[in-house]
Design a protein around this ligand. Structure first.
Ligand code: NOJ
Length: 566
């Protein structure tokens, strides 16, 4: 199918991700809630996004911020009631906003009734809802490490066997080889779709199929655990199951699906998202965000690697599958602190530059709450201020290996997921950035970033030059210029280590050049032909410096970015 024919509504959409716990606390208990989201729908509408993805709001003991679901059919009381949910959905529909639910179906909470049953005996009807295996010489069935530290197996005394959990011990992995599990999950999905939701973000969906007999993983001399990921990521039956989800559920509704696929590469993206394979609409890969080092071992980004990543995905999926485009989510540090510069005067410029770079690419852009006002990473003084289980687990494991506290904190400042989870900064004058509706004596579940006095929605909405309005303009451009959805991509000056420049073009000889200086240095690109073309341009689409009498567009100022139709 060619790009021109291929024009599903979600190809032109922009997603706004809400992390409910940190978005807006309407009932003043320090925890964001569903009514808080409803109260802020006009804000999202004003930005221009048309799909809202909400991180999990189901009943959960909350060991992994709701990604450990106890009841798929119930709203967590911390967030409100099912009636609140219904009102929110109705209000979204009234504003033509679509709702995507975040569904964690690779694992449940260990408090889910299925797991409680499963533990009881080896012949319990729910036993094979999960992965159980006998120990090996008094040790776990194998030495796989879990994604959030420790072993991927936990011993259970009742039956004397181990259960598998690729994340925390509180998140046992479901056994998708059991048709009963798949049947139950399809029921869950249909139930929410019947309610009127518009799709799913499927959490770690490429983990659902495990290699039979759990072969030992790769040894790593720095760890007591092995890396078993090749036996549980993109496992042998993953495509069969996802196709089955499509056949059993998705094809009967008008839905959008994005599958979170850690470790997913371009080839996987094509397999999951090629329309004729009838699996998902797109995947959320982490490949580009792994370019600046390991999870807790940050290093400087080499821009050429990022350019290479985007170039191969843009070209590789063109007319074949579909890209998701994102810098931030609830698992990632804030992009302006990460690959931009969060100090004045560069925060504003670099946030806009990063947005320009992403929003002219082919794919569906995602904006994570607060990105549109340039929210930054946080540096809490003490570990006690951190809430994320991955962060606290890292701290305890790293302390045991003898890493110094300064080194541990430096890694946490750079990479902790709590960077993304501090309360949304609504106001500069109200306590905690106005998160709890202005209440004075309410402490948020996690502290606000103290820079809310300068960086907040109120201030952004009052300033026509703000990052917010820049995003708004980028979204409008996408909605009005089909070339941004459909155009072909080509990299320009690909060896340059500071400038990311590319063009988009279509069959009508329309051409857009996008250029972004990822550095604080002024950079000159020597390209007389391009310079001439730019002089004779049709229009400047957007630029993060105020432009008046610009003589040479190829002399870049710090973090300068623009897009020009030539
Ligand atoms: C991916 C989610 O985005 C993350 O927040 C969660 O901790 C893991 N999956 C485990 O469910």
């Amino acid at each position: 199918m060619s790009m021109k024919e291929n024009s599903d509504w979600w190809h032109r959409s922009v997603v706004y991700q809400i992390y409910p716990r940190s978005f807006f606390d309407s009932n003043e208990d320090g925890i964001g809630d569903i009514n808080g989201i409803t109260m802020k729908l006009d804000y999202v509408k004003n930005l221009g996004a048309d799909i809202i993805w909400i991180s999990p709001i189901y009943d959960s003991p909350n060991y992994d911020a709701g990604y450990d679901i106890r009841d798929y059919y119930k709203i967590s009381s911390e967030y409100g009631t099912m009636d609140d949910f219904d009102v929110m959905l109705k209000e979204m529909k009234q504003r033509q906003l679509k709702l995507v639910m975040d569904l964690a179906i690779n694992h449940t909470s260990d408090e889910h009734p299925w797991f409680i049953e499963s533990k009881k005996s080896k012949d319990n009807p729910y036993r094979h809802f999960y992965h159980w295996a006998p120990g090996n010489d008094g040790k776990a069935p194998n030495q796989w490490g879990a994604c959030f530290g420790g072993s991927a197996w936990t011993y259970d005394i009742i039956t004397g066997e181990y259960y598998l959990h690729t994340f925390t011990t509180k998140q046992p992995d479901l056994n998708w080889d059991n048709p009963m599990v798949r049947h139950e999950m399809y029921k869950v999905m249909r139930w929410w779709l019947e309610k009127g939701v518009d799709g799913f973000r499927l959490n770690t969906i490429n983990f659902i199929s495990k290699s039979p007999h759990y072969p030992e993983g790769k040894y790593n001399e720095k760890s007591q655990y092995t890396d078993g990921s090749s036996y549980y990521i993109n496992g042998p039956r993953v495509h069969e199951y996802i196709h089955e989800i499509h056949q059993q559920v998705l094809q009967h509704y008008e839905v959008i699906t994005f599958g979170e696929c850690p470790g997913g590469d371009l080839h996987d993206a094509e397999l999951f998202s090629a329309p004729e394979r009838k699996e998902l609409n797109m995947i959320l890969t982490v490949e580009h965000l792994d370019l600046d080092g390991g999870k807790w071992t940050p290093k400087l980004l080499d821009l050429r690697c990022l350019k290479h990543h985007f170039t191969s995905w843009q070209k590789g999926l063109y007319d074949k599958g579909w890209n998701s485009l994102y810098w931030n989510n609830h698992d990632q540090p804030r992009i302006v602190s990460r690959w931009g510069n969060d100090t004045a005067p560069y925060r504003d410029l670099s946030a806009k530059m990063l947005a320009t770079c992403l929003h002219f690419l082919c794919g569906t852009p995602f904006i994570y709450q607060g990105e549109e006002i340039g929210m930054t990473n946080v540096r809490f003084p003490s570990l006690a201020d951190y809430r994320d289980i991955e962060t606290t687990n890292f701290h305890s494991e790293a302390s045991q290996t003898g890493l110094r506290l300064e080194e541990i904190m430096a890694a946490i400042y750079a990479k902790s997921r709590d960077n993304a989870r501090t309360p949304m900064q609504w106001s500069g004058n109200l306590p905690h950035g106005g998160f709890s509706n202005g209440a004075v004596n309410v402490l948020p579940w996690i502290n606000a970033n103290s820079n809310y006095t300068d960086i907040n929605v109120e201030q952004a909405l009052n300033n026509p030059q703000s990052i917010f309005y820049y995003y708004q303009k980028l979204i409008q451009l996408r909605k009005t210029m089909p070339i941004i959805t459909n155009g072909k991509y080509e990299i320009l000056h690909d060896e340059n280590t500071h400038i990311f420049m590319y063009k988009r073009c279509n069959d009508n000889e329309q051409e857009i050049i996008v250029a972004c200086n990822f550095s604080q240095q002024p950079i000159i690109i020597d390209d007389i032909q391009l310079s001439e073309k730019i002089k004779n341009r049709k229009q400047i689409l957007i630029s993060n410096y105020e432009e008046h009498k610009r003589s040479d567009w190829l002399e870049f100022r710090p973090y300068e970015a623009w897009a020009i139709e030539i």
